[in-house]
Design a protein around this ligand. Structure first.
Ligand code: RNT
Ligand code: ZN
Length: 422
């Protein structure tokens, strides 16, 4: 791409936004400081590396597609992530699942994961200069097949999963300590049932007790932040999800935990953007799983659609962006996985930049004056502003390819690296 042309286009865009009172340089600068936590599981369809040919089993998560080139080892996954880091601006973090530890030939179960299985990841993160977040893996396991983990009525199953999550929090706290930035540990369990469940109170009481037990171990806040992820339904848990929205919102409020809202975990017409202010008035922090549900919690690759625009607008408008942890959660095994990672991350960043380029004060003035036409008119006007030129300039400043260079770049990685993985 001709850098001179990008510069000229940017100068014009800068003027156009300045006429609305917007400082594009400031917006670009603000964008570069927003951390986004990249989910390791996009690289290998949530397979993990517990055994040489680990694959999803035991319910909880569904992935479709079999596109060639997925990472078959931790070394390949790291190489892919390093590639992705060269294509996204801003500060990435890595969000790791417990099933991605370096277990070697060791035969161990989830209740045996230890810090030592993750020291290699910490060394790598230090080399990359990034922070890490963490997740207990309470799915894809024979002991999750009955649909209940930490809310199971079987004391043995329950103890097994409680032990796993406890160990995962310890590992996350170790990440935070080593990397000098708090690690967010997210607890999501697939617990629920396909059909009408009678003893809902019983399961939810057990979930509450298990969480109390898990969180009875305290870690310094500068090392670890706990989140609990709410959900409405899932495949296999259509009728009953133990950790529902109401359950976790109440639990989190009472126990000073963060709530994790995933874009795919609500009724299809519900907007997460509308929930941010209600959450942030009662919590210091929250976690987001940015995803794209298509008719259900399908975890499609995030694109710059209305849901993302409304979400990012609200993140900026509410004034609490710094306290909202942005994590990605999508996986599509039917397309180039590096492309998926990059598209989803860049779409989220584009949304954030657009939101940072909004003349919010003017919009609020119109709103308070009851001038709802002008509010709507300005919001419409913003849609034809030269946003693309500002985005390209943000990419240039971050020393990453501009939009028109991305496809070629990813296709050559596919040709040179991914296609050789057979
Ligand atoms: C599942 C949850 C959960 C997972 C990841 C892999 O519905 O969204 O966050 O997608 O832990
Ligand atoms: Zn999620």
């Amino acid at each position: 791409m001709d850098r001179k042309k990008i510069e000229t286009a940017y100068e014009m865009a800068k003027e156009a936004y300045a006429a609305l009172g917007i400082d594009t340089d400031k917006a670009i600068e603000a964008l570069s400081k927003i951390p986004i936590s990249l989910h390791c599981w996009q690289g290998d369809d949530v397979g993990g590396f517990e055994s040489p040919d680990a694959e999803l089993s035991g319910g909880g998560i569904q992935v479709t597609g079999n596109y060639p080139g997925k990472a078959r080892s931790i070394a390949e996954l790291r190489a892919d992530l390093e590639k992705v880091f060269t294509l996204i601006s801003g500060i990435p973090r890595l969000n790791l699942h417990a099933s991605y530890g370096e277990f070697g030939d060791e035969v161990l179960d989830r209740d045996g994961v230890e810090v030592r299985h993750f020291t290699g990841w910490v060394d790598w993160a230090k080399e990359q200069g990034i922070g890490m977040d963490f997740n207990a893996t309470c799915f894809s396991h024979p002991k999750a097949e009955d649909g209940f983990t930490i809310s199971s009525k079987d004391p043995e199953i329950r103890a097994f999963w409680i032990e796993h999550v406890k160990r995962c929090r310890e590992i996350a706290a170790y990440f935070g300590k080593e990397l000098g930035t708090p690690s967010v540990h997210n607890t999501w369990v697939p617990d629920g049932a396909k059909d009408n469940t009678v003893d809902k109170m019983g399961y939810r009481r057990i979930l509450k007790e298990s969480l109390d037990e898990i969180f009875s171990v305290e870690y310094p806040k500068e090392y670890l932040r706990d989140a609990v992820e709410t959900k409405l339904f899932g495949i296999g848990s259509e009728s009953f999800v133990v950790g529902s929205h109401e359950f976790y919102m109440n639990y989190a409020n009472q126990n000073d935990k963060m709530v994790c809202l995933d874009l795919g975990h609500f009724h299809p017409t519900e907007q997460i953007s509308d929930k941010i202010s209600s959450m942030m008035l009662f919590h210091d922090e929250m976690l987001l799983h940015v995803s794209r549900p298509v008719r259900w919690d399908s975890d499609h690759v995030v694109i710059l659609n209305d849901d993302i625009l409304y979400l990012t607008q609200e993140l900026v408008r509410c004034g609490k962006l710094e306290n909202i942890h942005i994590g990605l959660d999508f996986f599509d095994a039917s397309i180039n996985r590096i492309g998926a990672w990059v598209t989803g991350t860049r779409a989220t960043q584009k949304g954030l930049l657009m939101a940072l380029l909004e003349p919010t004060d003017t919009l609020v003035e119109y709103e308070e004056a009851g001038n709802n036409y002008a509010r709507m008119g300005l919001l419409e006007q913003l849609k034809s502003m030269p946003f693309g030129a500002v985005w390209d300039e943000a990419c240039v400043r971050a020393e990453v390819p501009v939009e028109a260079e991305i496809i070629e770049n990813i296709l050559s990685y596919e040709k040179d690296v991914l296609s050789k993985r057979v």
